[in-house]
Design a protein around this ligand. Sequence first.
Ligand code: GGG
Length: 357
Amino acid sequence: MNPAYRPTYQVAVIPGDGIGTEVIPPALQALEVLGEHHGFSFSFDHFDWSCERYLETGRMMPEDGLDQVAGHDAILLGAVGWPGVPDHVSLWGLLIPIRRQFRQYVNLRPIKVMAGLPGPLRDSDGVDFVVVRENVEGEYSEIGGRLNRGFPEEMAVQEAVFTRAGVTRIVDYAFDLAASRGGSVTSATKSNGIVHTMPFWDEIVRERAAAYDVPWRQEHIDALVAKLVLRPAAYDVIVGSNLFGDILSDLAAAIAGSIGIAPAANINPEREHPSMFEPVHGSAPDIAGEGVANPLGALWSASMMLDHLGRPDAAAALMAGIERTLAGGAARTPDLGGTATTQEMTDAVLANLPLRD
Ligand code: GGG
């Protein structure tokens, strides 16, 4: 390759709502710096899709919004949701259509307890696990409805959807990931109470497990959350349905010390469509506008994006910057017990990046 050639990655940037608009600029700043030092660059296309836009136009994104971002190499998203817009309206108007249209059926949510940021638990040394969340079916389904609105017999029905193809591919992804980490798989289930979908899930997990030389077990979700609190270091890859995976990853973030640091990657493994990277946290209306949101979840998500774009060195450099900053302890946003602003914390990470000349 011509050594002067600098590839440019086209990234669709959707800051969204609340602190999403405060944590995305730090991620863009870090990406620019890393690109300069690692021989590539970015072209960022900004989209103002948000609850504010919904209140003005009646839509979270334009009718052709998905077409507008379809050709990008990746999507970087901040947060979705704001008081005054029902959460299901904002989620189903933006985040969920992107995940589904672009077949982002894997939601990867890694978590680690890092030096300098001890979690709230007694025994969390060595915690380093990944929640692999099924991202396009399961309990998040449009199938169902409301009947008899306003009458005493009013009712709501919501159908969960589990397909053989959908469960198989997410379980395979989890086993492949565990194999690459030299670890194990834990399948989150609830097949004692949920009598159709969860036994089906378990059956497929058992079938697929037979194809791998990877230790595995299954746990009912209620027991699993208790064990995760008692012995979080015992887990490596946890695979769960859309709902279980969402809940488990918030718990995982809390175990690591703050939901503010947790990243997520919505992956289309076939790379036929852009994947989307977003911090796990939401828009946090309680602190929005104060400039004190923790940028680490967005920065870690940007690191996952670099990895996905085939830039593992730059991804590792960004993680090193995050870990050094936490270990140094000088800059901490309020969620980590400090008084640093978003920009001060970002500056500390940038100063801690191991950079090539
Ligand atoms: N940055 C992630 C975000 O805004 N999440 C809002 C939310 O409620 N997500 C639910 C989900 O991921 O299913």
